[in-house]
Design a protein around this ligand. Structure first.
Ligand code: FES
Length: 359
């Protein structure tokens, strides 16, 4: 029996594309450098087809052909996909109008402004207002969590946050609640996040395409688009997650991550995402401290190293090398950790060496 090819060949707006079997039309369009608008689709999440902004048409299906969700429909050989037909554009404008009919118009002060997918799409499709008038959802802003602000009125029900919680962080804290117009994406019984199993990783915030979920510590301290971005490595443990520091001068305003990082694929733990306060803390140690007469007093590095050397020599002479232990840190590089064990074994003469990652 003939083996199915691993790739499929199709056309996106007359651009030929070859892509692995199982890829969606959205992925094929991405490969063809054709942008299909979307709110719910995310490269690390299972497609849900929730927002319907990605609808496209297939050439040759005749009048009345269905609009299909490019994110959820697998690409097939021979398909001729039309991404910006009049019907597709009209359907997107309708969806945007419906979303805006129940969305606060406070873009001037919204934390997400300039970084909001709904704002971008409304601009791109020139949807300034909605012809749909009527009831609006009204919810208080939830600020109970020390790290995450939830503004349910801005939620577009894309379900990305719930999926991130379920599929990436495996916490399953967030899900749909209610039906129809009253649907909310929230924690069970709409409890504040600190009362749930939430581990405060902030992954839900990172995938939210609008201002429904934002970071509390960086609130009103600077919009993402105005901040300098520096890609670096998280200083906390040995995993080496990629982080992006968003800074204003010498101050870190927020920490985000990169979805294309091979190490963490955009995921971070609570420390990596929110534990940057120490960097600009006035309590941060900027010199070594030596205990003198029971008091810790600032010292130079030369003084500190001399004090450590004297202490090690004294202890070794009085009690032997195995009275000394070394604890190394995963915040250091592999080379630094190697030097530490070399110093313990070859320099001091003990095998009492360990690393904080094992504790
Ligand atoms: Fe396809 Fe939302 S991106 S339905």
């Amino acid at each position: 029996m003939a083996r199915k090819s691993d790739t499929v060949s199709l056309f996106i707006n007359d651009v030929p594309v070859k892509i692995h079997r199982g890829a969606s039309i959205m992925e094929a369009a991405h490969k063809a450098k054709v942008d299909i608008p979307h709110l719910c689709n995310h490269r690390h999440l299972t497609p849900t087809g929730a927002c319907r902004l990605c609808v496209v048409e297939l050439e040759g299906e005749g009048p009345g052909r269905p609009l299909i969700a490019a994110c959820a429909r697998p690409a097939e050989s021979g398909m001729r996909v039309l991404t910006h037909t009049d019907r597709a554009v009209a359907a997107r404008r309708l969806v945007l109008e419906l979303l805006l009919s129940d969305h606060p118009g406070d873009c001037l002060t919204c934390e997400q402004s300039g970084h909001c997918k709904l704002q971008d799409l409304a601009y791109e499709y020139q949807v300034a207002d909605s012809r749909f008038r009527g009831r609006r959802n009204r919810y208080p802003i939830d600020t109970a969590n020390p790290f995450i602000v939830r503004d349910f009125e801005k939620c577009v029900k894309c379900y990305r946050c719930a999926q991130a919680c379920q599929e990436l962080q495996f916490c399953e804290v967030i899900d749909y609640m209610g039906r129809g117009f009253d649907t909310m994406v929230t924690s069970a019984l709409n409890r504040p996040l600190p009362e749930t199993e939430c581990v405060q990783c902030g992954r839900c915030v990172s995938v939210c395409p609008v201002g429904a979920l934002t970071e509390k510590p960086s609130r009103y301290r600077g919009r993402s688009k105005d901040l300098k971005k520096t890609v670096t490595t998280c200083p906390y443990c040995g995993v080496g997650c990629a982080i992006v520091l968003e800074t204003d001068g010498q101050h870190i305003v927020r920490v985000t991550s990169r979805e294309d990082s091979p190490v963490n694929k955009g995921d971070l733990c609570v420390k990596g995402r929110f534990g940057y306060g120490f960097v600009n803390s006035p309590d941060r140690l900027i010199t070594p401290l030596i205990r003198k007469d029971g008091e810790l007093v600032p010292a130079s590095w030369n003084e500190a190293i001399a004090a450590v050397a004297a202490g090690l020599k004294r202890t070794k002479q009085e009690y032997g090398a195995d009275a000394i232990g070394f604890l190394s840190s995963s915040k250091c590089t592999n080379e630094e950790n190697y030097l530490m064990q070399k110093f313990a074994r070859a320099g001091v003469g003990t095998n009492n060496i360990d690393n904080c990652a094992r504790l």
